[in-house]
Design a protein around this ligand. Structure first.
Ligand SMILES: Cc1cc2nc3c(=O)[nH]c(=O)nc-3n(C[C@H](O)[C@H](O)[C@H](O)COP(=O)(O)O)c2cc1C
Length: 207
């Protein structure tokens, strides 16, 4: 059976990071709900914190360093994406936006994307709707209806079991992603880029 590839992008800066924790919870729930339907998932986590220098350099040089290239390929080759940003100044973080700025603008077309964010205050939950959702809509991704926001107060026992607590919101969003993926066929592995040796290119020119 072909395995779905799920890319998870976390733009958290702290260690430990609540953004990464939310990303992991969403991925676990998606894997669990797809497993119930007999589908397997391979998860690749991209921590943008580790790529901050490479992303900045990409803007200056126009080329991604090896680690950043690997991260971009993990995202563009995936069948689906979970994208989680901390809210900075009422919007996505600059690092989160910069990563999607260095990816080809057509690379996410048609890709299911589950969006999520963490923040200090519950009052900024709509940043997902006025900033993050339009970003992925512009990239022509298929953004899932439920976006998950976790404020500091959402973590811990208070939300557990509540009809609209964080665990329920995570399962609802992951359930939407699992349902969408279950109806799709996993993408074929992309062929490695054919590199034509320089001598061969020269020989081809000598007609
Ligand atoms: C520069 C900066 C700006 C922030 N702005 C906001 C904000 O506007 N709204 C909000 O709810 N939280 C804001 N926060 C808090 C972070 O969103 C929150 O701490 C986040 O969950 C941290 O994620 P991490 O633990 O993954 O690093 C800000 C934090 C920083 C460092």
């Amino acid at each position: 059976m072909t395995v779905f590839k799920l890319a998870v992008v976390s733009a958290g800066l702290s260690k430990p990071s609540s953004t990464r924790l939310l990303a992991d919870r969403l991925a676990e729930s998606t894997v669990r709900q797809l497993a119930l339907q007999g589908r397997e998932v391979e998860v690749t986590v991209v921590e943008l914190r580790d790529l901050a220098g490479d992303i900045a350099n990409n803007f200056v040089t126009g080329f991604p360093a090896a680690a950043l290239r690997g991260a971009i390929e993990a995202v563009t080759d995936a069948d689906a994406l979970i994208a989680v940003t901390p809210i900075f100044t009422a919007s996505y973080s600059g690092l989160f936006k910069s990563f999607f700025d260095v990816i080809d603008q057509d690379a996410l077309t048609g890709k299911p994307v589950l969006i999520a964010a963490t923040g200090g205050t519950p009052r900024h939950s709509l940043a997902l709707e006025h900033a993050v959702r339009p970003l992925f809509s512009y990239l022509r991704a298929v953004v899932l209806p439920t976006a998950v926001y976790a404020a500091t107060d959402d973590w811990g026992a208070a939300g557990d079991g509540h009809t609209d607590g964080l665990p329920r919101r995570i399962d609802r969003a992951a359930g939407e992603l699992a349902a969408l993926l279950a109806g799709r066929t996993p993408a074929e592995p992309s062929l490695p880029e054919q590199v034509v040796p320089f001598a061969e290119q020269l020989a081809a020119l000598r007609v």
